[in-house]
Design a protein around this ligand. Structure first.
Ligand code: HEM
Length: 401
């Protein structure tokens, strides 16, 4: 796998693990969109990448021929046929295609209705205040590591009903499964085993002593009159960790980076706090964290390209969010943007099931931060770091206030 060679031409040789990619992707996506909106690269086992809004809207509808059984850009496991049904079982319902997808998705939707997620607001607010209490006297912190990254693992742990005493380990596992493990099979398998063992214990605990939480309620649920097997419940919990933790901390971290480095936007949000929800939407658009993966189950054509059976496709929702055909001044933030039909949460049958919770976490995280720390700036812009790969987010954001 040729991962270190610098990229000369992003339309023929893109590499989403290139350290430059997540740092400032706007010019790269513009170039790809203008010269080759469905690009191909041989790196990481080979993949196509779609960068235009309309292409992405069309491609998500090609189900099940573009299957979700390979949602990661780097193959999920080494040495297996990537079309194998085995992969479809790993993270349901994300990895399931129709017709298996809907009944599994229906099981988890009630946990993420607007009303259901409101129940997590008091916990999230208290958590954000406690985190800020921990560093406010210092006049400085790492807004990504000390704040953003501390929020979603605990909210998700709270939702699942798992032992929050081990939340520090969550962060490492999720990074091993999703971010750092994305280009390292060994780390990914080690993290997978750790999470699987932990969730197995938690499921046994909830079975013995049920509570009012995600695991207990799934244990009591049925599909077509049959109880849901424990392995499916475990994999559905794994998905919540994979899908709900680093996406959200990434967007909160990127948003705080944005406001720390764009004083006019920060001052505007301080002066017009009623813009908070539209600011959240604009941060989701401009700093969308997640690109999705698909694999072609048969040869297919799209816009003059022949996509062969077994070839992988990256749907860059973040690139679509900067398509000038849909958004005015797409690389700039307008926290009062009125027409903002972004696709940060994806589109089609796999559209994010947890978007209400993600929005609530972002709104609370930014709302509490701005109420207590309205004035802040980057203390060392050169020390800022970004993730590499499929989930884009600021990882080190040193600020003073
Ligand atoms: C800012 C935060 C988030 C972003 C940007 C985001 C983005 C996405 C995207 C783009 C997809 C579609 C993937 C595809 O088409 O293959 C997705 C699916 C999903 N997300 Fe999120 N997500 C976020 C937070 C969450 C949270 C907090 C949860 C739950 C706790 C969650 C649960 C899910 C689930 C279960 C799916 C699979 C839905 C299905 O296949 O039917 N996400 N998310």
């Amino acid at each position: 796998m040729d991962k270190q060679k610098p990229v000369n031409d992003w339309t023929t040789d893109f590499d989403i693990f290139d350290p430059e990619y997540n740092l400032d992707p706007g010019p790269i996506w513009r170039d790809m969109r203008e010269r080759c909106p469905i690009a191909h690269s041989e790196r990481w086992g080979g993949a196509w990448m779609a960068t235009k809004y309309d292409d992405i809207q069309a491609l998500v509808r090609k189900v099940p021929e573009l299957s979700n059984r390979q949602p990661t850009v780097f193959p999920m496991e080494e040495g297996k046929d990537i079309l194998a049904d085995y992969f479809a079982d790993l993270l349901p319902p994300l990895t399931k295609d129709p017709p298996e997808h809907s009944p599994l998705r229906r099981l988890l939707l009630p946990f993420f209705s607007m009303k259901a997620v409101e129940a997590h607001r008091p916990y999230t607010e208290q958590l954000c205040h406690e985190l800020i209490d921990g560093f406010i006297e210092n006049g400085a912190c790492d807004a990504a590591a000390d704040y953003a990254q501390q929020i979603s693992p605990r909210v998700i742990g709270h939702l699942l009903g798992v032992d929050l005493g081990r939340r520090e380990e969550f962060v490492g596992w999720v990074q091993g499964l999703v971010e750092l493990g994305a280009s390292n099979f060994e780390l990914r398998s080690k993290s997978y085993r750790a999470v699987r063992d932990f969730l197995g214990e938690q499921i046994a605990k909830q079975r013995a002593d049920p509570g009012d939480n995600y695991i207990s309620r799934l244990l009591a649920s049925e599909i077509d009159g049959e109880p849901v097997p424990d392995i499916v419940i475990l994999n559905m919990c794994m998905l919540i960790l994979v899908a709900g933790v680093d996406t959200t901390w990434s967007t909160i971290g990127s948003s705080l980076w944005h406001f720390a480095s764009h004083p006019k936007d920060r001052q505007r949000l301080v002066a017009e706090p009623e813009l908070l929800s539209s600011a959240v939407e604009e941060m989701l658009r401009l700093h969308a964290p997640a690109s999705a993966g698909r694999v072609a189950m048969k040869d297919m054509d799209h816009d003059g390209h022949r996509i062969k059976r077994g070839e992988r496709m990256i749907l860059s929702f973040p690139a679509a969010n900067r398509d000038p055909a849909v958004f005015e001044c797409p690389d700039e933030a307008d926290i009062g943007r009125e027409k903002n039909r972004h696709v940060a949460f994806g589109v089609g049958i796999h559209r994010c099931a947890g978007s209400n919770l993600a929005r609530l976490e972002m709104e609370v995280a930014l709302g509490v931060w701005f109420a207590r720390i309205p004035e802040f700036e980057l203390s060392d812009p050169d020390a800022v770091t970004w993730s590499a790969g499929q989930v884009r987010g600021a990882r080190t954001v040193p600020v003073t206030f």
